[in-house]
Design a protein around this ligand. Structure first.
Ligand code: FPP
Length: 261
């Protein structure tokens, strides 16, 4: 997908001092960017607010990240919204997040229609509370015909569980005789992951300064460039996105080989 440069210029008008559209090569935008959205709670606590206010503010950042990704011409934006480990947060916070996911998804459907965005989920969404699971399925149905960017939300997602699930499917196929054990290769695994048919992320952004993967896309991030910013997720803007892309374009990707100059 190529960015519509005129629209993009308007979107990126009035740049701050350190970054502008001129700092990135629009011909080398990563196809798939993935984001670990972190720091909502700390953002809220620093302002004397309840943690939930941080999650609510985080929705605005997420909307901007989707719009930015469409404008830049990404093929895939994926975000880590809720891990299998997040269930051990206080019950009222879990309830709030589940309700926020449901309402946000439905509220944003007009944006997904307008921008031709197709939804996808990583994780076991059928194990979510009914309101959330139903909203997600409605989102899938409503955007199934869209042909633009894929927007993937990782919800109730854990990478080790995902890989174990793929291994289980492989074992079942071998037992059924539809797959020979000598034919088990990387594709046999990757085609059974939630990310099947999507390109691996080229750039992973993590906000709030944490340097961890937190059980996220362990298989798919094998050669991904990481960009960690101290910015808390509710403050993450289109400019921070551009800073991440600039950093990505300054890297020499080697895929285990030698540096090309
Ligand atoms: C991490 O901050 C953020 C989350 C666990 C939730 C992210 C959810 C949103 C931004 C709402 C998005 C809506 C949809 C539809 C996906 P944290 O609570 O871990 O912050 P902390 O590290 O400061 O405690």
């Amino acid at each position: 997908m190529r960015a519509d440069e005129k629209k993009l210029g308007e979107y990126y008008a009035n740049p701050p001092e350190d970054i502008s559209l001129a700092n990135v090569d629009l011909g080398r935008i990563p196809r798939h960017v993935s984001i670990i959205m972190d720091g909502n709670g700390r953002w809220a606590q620093a302002r004397g607010l309840d943690r939930s206010e941080g999650h609510v503010a985080g929705v605005d950042s997420l909307r901007e990240a989707v719009t930015t990704s469409v404008r830049l011409g990404l093929d895939v934006l994926s975000v880590y919204a809720f891990s299998t480990e997040n269930w051990c947060r206080p019950q009222h916070e879990v309830n709030l997040l589940m309700h926020l996911f449901a309402t946000t998804l439905l509220n944003e459907l007009p944006l997904f229609h307008q921008e031709n965005v197709r939804l996808r989920f990583f994780g076991d969404i059928d194990a979510l509370p009914t309101e959330t699971a139903e909203a997600f399925h409605e989102g899938l149905r409503e955007t199934a015909d869209h042909t633009g960017m894929t927007f993937a939300l990782a919800v109730n997602y854990g990478s080790r569980a995902e890989i174990a699930r793929a291994a289980r499917e492989v074992a079942q196929d071998v037992a059924l005789g539809t797959l020979r054990s000598e034919d088990i290769d990387e594709k046999a695994i990757s085609s059974r992951l939630y990310t099947a048919d999507l390109p691996d992320p080229e750039l992973l952004i993590r906000t709030s300064g944490e340097m961890r993967l937190s059980n996220y896309l362990l298989w798919q991030l094998a050669y991904t460039e990481f960009y960690v910013t101290p910015v808390m997720w509710p403050d993450f803007s289109r400019w921070d996105f551009l800073r991440a892309v600039r950093a990505f374009q300054g890297r020499h990707r080697r895929f285990g080989g030698v540096v090309e100059h």
